[in-house]
Design a protein around this ligand. Structure first.
Ligand SMILES: *Cc1c(COP(=O)(O)O)cnc(C)c1O
Length: 436
């Protein structure tokens, strides 16, 4: 577990300074036991018919994905490269859910060939395309449909469905969808998917949301002709980042969902599997991003500390290009118990004024060589950041388990394009007579 009570932050009992010496900065470090605890408590507390699907989008590092899978979670994927990752890991296609609003023909072919069991479609044209490709393969495929219901959960801070969306098919078109499916001979609708929000910290909002989704599905079940085999109620389980935010009460949330599912099952007279998708909740709190302080200085009475990495590795901490309104949980990792002495602006190495990950943040006295870290950085860190912007080095990724650490991504590991010789290319064109 991540222990912030020691003078030096510890991850699974290893001081982060030791990891920084061993692997260098910049780096992402994850605690495998923290992930384990999240997956286990999810599986213990949720209704027995609820299946967790981990969303690779949050953190697609293959070692982490495999770990979560081996702990018993299924996987939710949305792109050809995510599919490449799960294929390489030899993941059972019966434990994968695939969705996304813009699947290409090649992508659909690959999904069909791998035999992914939970295949969710988002438009009628996509249904037509899948039916055509299944026909060419002499296949009969079972699919889920993602719906955009006309609803809004009361008391929610999030905008729910009911507005124009590129995702899913509007509730008002449901009758049409099922009628259309009747005309497609290689496709059957067996699943219903709704995903309405993210980063929810109120158990009541999650419960209310689930209630709306299950009411919607019940209505579909009674009015449309299809054989329902699974329901995906989305998720949106959040983690706190900012000072005014509190941890989601997971036990309370799970118990609320449990009674709704029991009610749903008895009303439709079937015990269907119910899916919940989650990325952030599963991995978010397991990770920290650590960078070294290169320089400190004062500019017009504001104290700055400049790190060897910043928004290029963790864009969200910089406010995603918007004004930075709230500071992420950022600490001086080797001075956890020292008193705060003054406010700092924490900046990265990029030549853009937006590369600031904290403003007016009260911290202990910062010196060159200190380690500054973003806590709760396990989800949407590296992969949702502009890592190529200004072309600085990419961080390493390290996983800690049972007092040991392993490198799970080498520094600068990404697929850079190879050097091409423009001169050789021009010569070749000239020989072909292209430019004479
Ligand atoms: C992004 C996304 C998720 C994961 O969201 P988290 O907030 O990380 O749990 C799950 N399902 C769908 C459809 C998504 O778009």
């Amino acid at each position: 577990m991540i222990d912030a009570t020691q003078p030096v932050l510890q991850i699974g009992e290893i001081p982060v300074t030791q990891l920084a010496r061993e692997y260098g900065t910049t780096m992402y470090v994850y605690d495998a036991e923290e992930i384990e605890q999240k997956v286990n408590s999810f599986r213990q507390l949720m209704h027995k018919d609820v299946h967790l699907f981990y969303s690779l989008k949050a953190n697609p590092n293959p070692t982490i994905v495999k770990w979560i899978y081996e702990l018993g979670a299924n996987l939710e994927i949305c792109s050809p490269i995510e599919l490449k990752v799960v294929k390489k890991l030899d993941i059972d296609p019966n434990r994968i859910l695939y969705l996304g609003p813009g699947k290409t023909t090649a992508e659909i072919e690959e999904i069909l060939d791998y035999g992914i069991k939970y295949f969710v479609l988002e438009s009628m044209q996509e249904m037509e395309e899948v039916n055509r490709l299944a026909g060419l393969r002499n296949l009969h495929v079972e699919v889920g449909i993602r719906f955009n219901p006309n609803m809004s959960a009361k008391g929610s801070r999030l905008t729910m469905g009911g507005k124009p969306r590129q995702f899913g098919i509007d509730e008002d078109q449901a009758q049409q969808v099922f009628e259309f499916a009747e005309t497609l001979s290689h496709l059957d609708i067996v699943g219903v998917h709704v995903y309405n929000g993210t980063r929810i910290l109120s158990g009541d909002v999650v419960i209310e949301n689930t209630k709306h989704v299950l009411t919607f599905v019940k209505q579909l079940y009674h009015t449309c002709h299809f054989s329902l085999k699974y329901v995906d109620i989305g998720g949106g389980l959040g983690i706190p980042y900012f000072k005014n935010e509190e941890e989601l009460d997971f036990e309370y949330t799970a118990s609320g969902i449990r009674s709704l599912i029991d009610e749903f099952h008895s009303e439709i007279g079937l015990n269907l599997p119910i899916f919940i998708e989650s990325g952030r909740y599963v991995v978010g709190e397991s990770g920290i991003y650590a960078a070294s302080v290169l320089y400190t200085k004062e500019s017009k009475s504001v104290h700055f500390a400049t790190l060897d990495g910043g928004t290029n590795h963790h864009m969200a901490a910089g406010g995603m290009g918007n004004a930075l309104k709230h500071n992420f949980p950022i600490r001086v990792l080797n001075k956890m118990t020292e008193p705060e002495v003054r406010p700092y602006h924490i900046s990265g190495p990029l030549c853009t004024p937006n590369d600031v990950i904290a403003k007016h943040l009260s911290l202990p006295h910062i010196e060159r060589g200190d380690l500054v870290g973003i806590l709760s950085a396990g989800a949407y860190g590296l992969t949702s950041s502009p890592v190529l912007f200004l072309s600085h080095r990419l961080p390493v990724e390290v996983l800690v388990y049972k007092g040991q650490s392993i490198l799970i991504r080498n520094r600068d590991e990404y697929e850079a394009p190879e050097l091409r010789s423009l001169e050789a290319w021009l010569q070749e064109k000239q020989q072909l007579g292209g430019y004479s």
